[in-house]
Design a protein around this ligand. Structure first.
Ligand code: UDP
Length: 396
């Protein structure tokens, strides 16, 4: 009997983290190794720019099941994901569920899994990250997901230590590296010039890239307006390219904020164009965790508009610096950059492009295979579940 894994995706950063895992699993499926998977998309992000483009560019197969929740109020969204994924679990129970990151889909599907059957193995990829700020919705999602997971794949020793300090047995924690960085290495050769590059006369290292979508920065008109004014002023004559997250676009609209003309607003970008933009930027200004990791690996100065980070290695080893959201620190950071004093980035430990390989190795060797049957699984009939062709089923 083969083993079935459900892999959950829902929001933009999930697609990028899971792309490398799916690639690794697909490579091994062709070796008849007795595991198959269903890709479950909650559609927390659902349109072409926040979802579809990542499937196309990163060669992620179409989801087997789409929970189709769409853009509804956060608590309703969580409740709908729990209800719809529970229905899927009741129809066919997987042996293991893999959730990643810290979005609503992560905790909602984790909860549905453990409420349906506590014996289903729940695995959290990018476990143990803590910023210590429970005002942040993502921190709540991380803590809750880790509190009910069985196995933990971490991106840093600090994350593993956080889990140990919370009482998780070290035998359940695996420091494997960073699948988001696997995806970066897997696609670096395909990065492409954004379509607007010539229109705005962009030149390598002569512009800044900006992203903003954390609640702490966008939910208050004064904070958001002051941030954009400070960035625009500090950038002086250098253009700032700002691919605007849909939540941020909504808030800008409702507050009636129009950034200065130095800030060039664009739609959210595809992965290949966005990372070309970051790689060639003079610096990135952001409140995204994932982007601070990518900037670190690409050795691009990164100014993070937050007071804390759950990814401390991006600051200690990498190019990241925390500025909070006070204009004063934004100005001094731009001065530091101009003076050529920015810290060069080194690659954090095990961010070597092999995290997904380590994860799938562990899943095969340790999690799915009882020790006594260590070798028998290789003799299984080819892919019990793998031969079933799922078309995407949309739930309502
Ligand atoms: N990203 C992208 N296009 C954009 C902005 C971000 O492809 O316009 C990618 C980015 O390279 C990174 C991921 O989206 O891989 C980060 O997602 P986000 O900032 O939404 O989430 P966070 O990391 O803050 O959870």
């Amino acid at each position: 009997m083969g083993v079935l894994i459900d892999i959950i995706v829902g929001a933009r950063p999930n697609f990028i983290k899971v792309a490398a895992i799916v690639k690794e699993l697909d490579a091994r499926l062709s070796e008849d190794f007795g595991i198959s998977y269903r890709l479950i998309h909650t559609s927390q992000h659902y349109d072409k720019k926040m979802s579809g483009i990542f499937f196309d560019e990163l060669n992620i197969p179409s989801p087997n099941i789409n929970l189709n929740v769409g853009n509804i109020e956060s608590s309703k969204q969580m409740a709908t994901i729990i209800a719809r994924y529970s229905k899927v679990l009741a129809t066919q129970k997987p042996d293991m569920v893999i959730v990643c990151g810290d979005v609503n889909s992560t905790i909602a599907c984790a909860l549905a899994t453990k409420k349906t059957d506590p014996k289903i193995t729940l695995v959290h990829v990018e476990a143990g990250l803590r910023c210590g700020d429970c005002q942040m919705p993502e921190e709540i999602n991380r803590i809750l997901t880790d509190s009910i997971s069985d196995y933990f794949f971490t991106t840093s020793r600090t994350a593993s230590e956080n889990l140990i300090n919370e009482g998780v047995s070290p035998s359940r924690i695996f420091f494997v590296g960073n699948t988001m960085i696997d995806t970066l290495y897997n696609n670096e050769r395909k990065f492409k010039k954004p379509s607007f590059w010539d229109e705005y006369g962009l030149e390598s290292k002569k512009y800044f890239a900006l992203t903003l979508h954390r609640q702490s920065n966008i939910s208050n008109a004064e904070t958001l307006g002051a941030l954009l004014d400070a960035i625009s002023e500090a950038a002086e004559h250098t253009p700032v390219i700002f691919p605007v997250h849909p939540h941020t676009a909504k808030m800008l609209d409702s507050f009636g904020i129009r950034p200065s003309s130095r800030i060039i607003m664009t739609d959210p970008m595809g992965y290949l164009e966005f990372n070309y933009l970051v790689k060639n930027a003079r610096a990135v200004v952001t409140d995204s965790g994932g982007i601070s990791e990518e900037a670190t690996v690409m050795n691009v100065p990164c100014m993070t508009l937050r007071n804390n980070t759950e990814r401390p290695e991006t600051c200690t080893v990498g190019t990241n610096m925390l500025l909070g959201n006070s204009p004063k620190y934004i100005f001094s950071a731009f001065e530091k950059l101009k003076a050529g004093e920015w810290q060069l980035g080194k690659c954090p430990e095990l961010w070597d492009g092999k995290a997904a390989e380590r994860i799938v190795d562990k899943i095969c060797d340790k999690l799915l295979r009882p020790q006594s049957e260590k070798h028998t699984i290789l003799k299984l009939k080819p892919k019990e579940f793998g031969e079933v062709k799922y078309n995407t089923i949309f739930l309502n």
